[in-house]
Design a protein around this ligand. Structure first.
Ligand code: SF4
Length: 261
């Protein structure tokens, strides 16, 4: 590993990142305009992908049905709003001190359609880079049938943050280790929102590989993980109707924007 890359990776790990991978911006050539990082920083050469582990115990109280706050507060909010931004700032400052520019991309994003393109050749703000595709290309692991990202170190338990930079950092190869998802379909069977299709899949080509996962019903997923399934949620009220909530939750603005692409 070259000296600059080593220094950047060491800084990230010392500051709180648990895994770091680096992918060439070229890997995103051909991405949909709305998801293409080059529109954020046209001179960028690479994307640094940082992973932050979620300890197993954060989920325990949810499984027991007796304590729900550890995961949303520490496994989601703390990582996205504190742990990852601290690492992004430390690495951005180090890169800047070395004469490069670094654009942090934490997992804090506005919804597509919150604005309009500043010129006809540009996408809407914000450009939405796919964290899982970036993590795959940076060699951190693979996308499971559940569409959840799996790493050899932490299985499905991590969150990501990204950084775009014009620094010429050394790239990591795509993960070639032992297959992490064995298509056991437990995620389909056990999903309390019944949100993952057993038969319909989504396929995308990335880095010369074909990735495939089960088609996800986003509305069902959102409702279920917000506590809307009466069999598994203590927050369910008798008058709550999941099917009605799914219809209501369809975001008109997002749907309208989708029609324009
Ligand atoms: S199919 Fe099995 S291994 Fe793959 S993501 Fe689902 S539960 Fe995990």
């Amino acid at each position: 590993m070259d000296k600059l890359t080593e220094e950047i990776k060491n800084k990230a790990m010392e500051s709180g990142s648990d895994l770091v991978g680096i992918v060439s911006i070229d890997r995103f050539n051909g991405a949909p305009k709305q998801m293409d990082p080059i529109y954020i920083f046209p001179e960028a050469k690479v994307i640094i992908v940082f992973a932050f582990r979620i300890p197993r115990g954060y989920f325990r109280g949810i499984e027991e049905g007796t304590y729900f706050n550890a995961y949303p507060s520490m496994g989601y909010g703390l990582i996205n709003l504190v742990s990852a931004p601290v690492v992004l700032r430390e690495v951005a400052c180090l890169l800047e001190d070395k004469g490069y520019e670094a654009v942090p991309y934490p997992n804090i994003r506005s919804i597509i359609g919150s604005g309009k393109p500043v010129s006809p050749d540009k996408p809407f703000p914000d450009v939405l880079i796919d964290f899982r595709i970036a993590a795959f290309c940076a060699g951190l692991g693979e996308i499971g049938y559940s569409k959840i990202f799996l790493t050899p170190e932490f299985g499905p338990r991590q969150r990501f943050a990204l950084m775009l930079t014009d620094a010429p950092l050394e790239l990591d190869p795509i993960y070639e280790g032992v297959k992490l998802c064995d298509r056991c379909m437990l995620c389909v069977k056990d999903c309390s929102g019944n949100a993952i299709s057993r038969t319909e899949t989504v396929k995308v080509k990335v880095g010369g590989r074909e990735l495939e996962w089960g088609k996800l019903d986003n509305n069902r997923c959102i409702i279920a993980n917000s506590g809307g399934v009466k069999e598994t949620s203590p927050f369910f009220t008798p008058e709550f109707n999941m099917e009605e909530e799914i219809k209501k939750s369809e975001n008109e603005c997002y749907e309208n924007r989708k029609k324009e692409y």
